[in-house]
Design a protein around this ligand. Sequence first.
Ligand code: F6R
Length: 591
Amino acid sequence: MCGIIGYIGDKQAQPILLGGLARLEYRGYDSCGVALAGGTLEVYKDAVRVEKLAKVSPQLDGTVGIAHTRWATHGEPSRVNAHPHLDCTGKIAVVHNGVINNYQRLKQQLISEGHKFVSETDTEVIPHLIEKYYEGDLEKAVEAALREVEGSYAIIVLMADEPGLVAARKDSPLIIGIGDRENFIASDVPAILGHTDRVIYLEEGDIVVVTGDSVRVSRDGVEVDWKEHKVSWSVEDAQKAGYEHFILKEIHEQPRVIRDTLGEYISAAEPIVDVADTSLESMLILACGTSYHAALVGKYIVEELLRIPVRAELASEFSYHGQSPATTMTIVITQSGETADTLKAMKKLKEAGCRVIAVTNVVGSSATRIAEQTVYIRAGPEISVAATKSFIAQLMALYWLALSYSVLDMRTRDSLIMELRQLPEKVQQVLNNEDMISECARYLSKYENAFFIGRGINFAIALEGALKLKEISYIHAEGYAAGELKHGPFALLSPDMPVIAIVAQDNTYEAMLTNIKEVKARGSPVIALAEEGDEVIGELADSVITVPQVAPIFSPVVNTVALQLLAYYTAKQRGCPIDFPRNLAKSVTVE
Ligand code: F6R
């Protein structure tokens, strides 16, 4: 989704802004632009990649500016729809993340008052409203303009000849980076990594005036104190470190991510979740996309270790029909902490009196503000649009939570904890098998469709394997509960429809072998994912990807990593833009 950055200080702004935009590319975008202020405003924008914009825009002189990556919602990706947007005088420039719901009414009103619009965007009403209310004080004009606006926004306003930038947020994140004789405003931390590790996370409704050496935050017209935080992510965390793609680096980081995340939970004096007044009789887990697949794995883990009923639901659906008693322990899982559907479900639960626990990767994100409690995963910045290491870290949070409250006897629990701690080595063994997995990918890359099947706890991994393959390789893939395939999808089986079968050493094993035979009998080629030492599977499947032996409850971890590599090498073979798949955005901040 859109990304924004602003700079004001004693350095040339253009290279800092373009560098920031390059680090925002991961959010997904289709156009970008930059505006610098001197006596006049200079604006360069187009439906191009940041690299191209950097090449075609002339060197601009100025130490204050704003920039934007746009993910189209209102109006196609084009130069005219790209941000920054200007008012009629060409002196006020605005970059915006979010959606203005009442823009059509505001636009008609402004047109009737003589304002001229050039784009199809909702954003363009903002600079015109600011122009309308400007009487020599930019902050007051922004305040007045935002009083008219309904919807979500994180904006930065730049005005020629004004000494400072003005920014504001509502339902869309915005941070201030504090430097030495320079300050930054950005939609998220990666944009300013390498410049400063000191940040302020703005609150809902904040309006901020930023100069090179001052930051003034007000809420409801009253100046408020702000709190500075130290960011633990480094600039190296957000670089490729010699890997061809971010996703490959992030897949390879997973042993470290497991160690960091578990290390923190294990060393904590208290359980990671305070169950307080929830009686732990039932649990609801909500999430979207890959995080929803973690929720599905969580359902199996918690039901097995706590013996309580668990519902795993799509947050986007729950917002419209779902309900939950206040005594149910409610967890939301969101890597970014900014997914609009997830935030909406959280607000609904809160209004109904539920205590919501957020599992997230991003400090200060919106989810952490709504939640009663936050459990952080230690994945570090995830730049690739497709989630990998954050999923594995989410599973660690769920394993640890379930083990903390498990009804198992001490010996069984301790032996599971011991196995959990060995997972970094097991994942490393999967990574060491990369060449063999890439061979299977060469074979898979020739197809246009595929099924992923699994049973029990690995049904969720079939869904995740299919999602990863479709989003980065553009092969149409469907994840299915293996037993369901014969209830309809069998009609699609043929030599052109490979089936990737996840074969776990648990109570589903025999049934999976039967399913594989059924699939083979209908002509589909089978790639099986199976544990080392499985002597039978080689005789049934066309190819086998082996994963190390682990307790069945941990099999999603090794199986997921193998399927991530399978998707990666398939996408690479097909020449896809793996880190930034078409039409996708890293954090989905619209419903
Ligand atoms: C897929 C992917 C998405 C996200 C989903 C939720 O690889 O990354 O499906 O998992 O958009 O995002 P978060 O976890 O940030 O709420």
